[in-house]
Design a protein around this ligand. Structure first.
Ligand SMILES: Cc1cc2nc3c(=O)[nH]c(=O)nc-3n(C[C@H](O)[C@H](O)[C@H](O)COP(=O)(O)OP(=O)(O)OC[C@H]3O[C@@H](n4cnc5c(N)ncnc54)[C@H](O)[C@@H]3O)c2cc1C
Length: 402
């Protein structure tokens, strides 16, 4: 069976699903091919990780009709506190000081996944194949022929625009011949929830230590989400800890700003690699989300960045007669370049610089933190970045002024 579709999206994770919804919202037909069945429990990235969503991201999700399904489970971030163990000074960002009700929101990925699935069910022009896998792609005149297998059946779909939204190990990226630059942080990340003695009251914390960064995010029901980075060699030991030992370990790394941390929830370890595609585009093909760039999760940028990829692409193809022309794809790559490079550099640089043990760096880092905290224009610029606002950001994520 062969059919033609104006846009084929490979991968219905957080970013691919968002793109499919944005296209449908804009009145464009497309097909979304996802290997997992359309259930939260089956989708690998709709899991227990707690996402920090920047304000701009929530604007974007609201614009495409997803946020109304997620909002009830989200917790506003009113204040962000960043510090480094052993250095003096800290950087504080505050929603009220920026004149907004929240700098961002936290939301478990499974709740965002559930909201995306509910919104996908309402799409009218979108065709969904799930569970279904793209097995092969072949360049043909004017686009790609995509081989999809599902339930023992194979079908061919031809398209003038192929979108790789198939995650960090993107098969589409390698079949397009796009190489990657990779960095293994030799770290593992543990994600869990805990109950702090003191109510976080909308405060999120990022703390850098010699052993790696730790983030604590406010969640519903007075819980916090804890994201703990450990050296890869330590991962098995941390995974084997009982709850009391893990709570003490997290406490030692995070400190006592919220009093005693107790009752850790389910603990999930993740390996950490930075993977950056050498190019975002190939003839009549484009990469979005983790397939384009996978960053260190501690900066909480991966989905925020990927959504800006998706919404930028949706914005460009909405006004184009042919969605896969070289000019359109070049425009996509140009519009994404500064945000992509800047966000990747910041996530990478932050983790490396903030965790380096070099004693001479301590006073410099402290001075930098003091400057960022005490010089209002610097702090304002940092807060705007933290809220996800960037030059050339897609229209959907911008702040609506009444
Ligand atoms: C612990 C942790 C915490 C994080 N915290 C944050 C945070 O606070 N804020 C933030 O913005 N980001 C965060 N991130 C990053 C964020 O989760 C990712 O950037 C995001 O999930 C990437 O989505 P994606 O759709 O690009 O890729 P994925 O979620 O990996 O989805 C790819 C999809 O493609 C499908 N697929 C693959 N191959 C095929 C094929 N051949 N055919 C069909 N389907 C295919 C897969 O089944 C999968 O569903 C975090 C990540 C981790 C690990």
């Amino acid at each position: 069976m062969t059919s033609t579709q104006p846009i084929v999206i490979v991968g219905g994770g957080l970013v691919g699903a968002s793109l499919a919804i944005a296209l449908d919202h804009a009145g464009l037909p497309a097909i979304l091919v996802e290997a997992a069945a359309p259930r939260v429990d089956d989708q690998p990235s709709y899991d227990e990780r707690n996402l920090a969503l920047a304000r701009a991201t929530v604007n974007g999700l609201a614009a495409i009709g997803v946020w109304e399904f997620a909002e009830a489970n989200a917790t506003p971030i009113k204040h962000i506190h960043t510090s480094r163990a052993g250095d003096f000074g800290s950087v504080r960002m505050d929603a009220a000081a920026e004149g907004v009700d929240a700098l961002g929101w936290t939301l478990p990925a499974r709740e965002l996944g559930a909201a995306l699935l509910r919104r996908l069910d309402r799409c009218r022009l979108l065709t969904r194949l799930a569970p279904a896998r793209v097995e092969r792609i072949e360049a043909v005149d004017g686009g790609w022929s995509v081989t999809v297998s599902s339930d023992g059946d194979t079908r061919l779909i031809s398209t003038p625009l192929l979108v790789g939204a198939d995650g960090t190990q993107s098969g589409i990226r390698s079949q397009l011949g796009i190489g990657t630059r990779e960095h293994d942080y030799e770290q593992a990340l543990f994600v869990s929830t805990m109950i702090p003695e003191r109510d976080p009251r909308g405060r999120a914390f990022e703390r850098f230590t010699d052993e790696g960064p730790v983030a604590v995010l406010p969640l519903a029901d007075r819980r916090v989400g804890v994201v703990l980075t450990v050296a890869a060699a330590e991962a098995d030991t941390v995974a084997a800890m009982d709850d009391v030992t893990f709570a003490a370990f997290a406490q030692e790394r995070f400190g006592w700003r919220l009093g005693r941390l107790s009752r850790p929830g389910k603990r999930s370890p993740y390996p950490i690699r930075r993977v950056a595609a050498d190019s975002l585009i190939a003839p009549r093909a484009v990469l979005v989300g983790n397939a384009a760039q996978t960053v260190h999760p501690i900066g909480a940028q991966g989905f925020n960045l990927g959504l800006r990829d998706a919404l930028t692409l949706a914005e460009l193809v909405t006004v184009a007669a042919d969605p896969g022309t070289p000019a359109l794809l070049a425009e996509y790559a140009t519009r994404r370049a500064a945000d992509r490079e800047g966000t990747m550099a910041m996530s990478h640089g932050l983790v490396r610089l903030a965790c380096l043990k070099q004693p001479l760096l301590g006073p410099l880092r402290s001075l930098a933190m003091l400057a960022l905290d005490r010089v209002p224009p610097l702090r304002h610029a940092l807060s705007r970045r933290g809220m996800g606002f960037r030059l050339h950001a897609p229209l959907a994520v911008r702040e609506k002024t009444p």
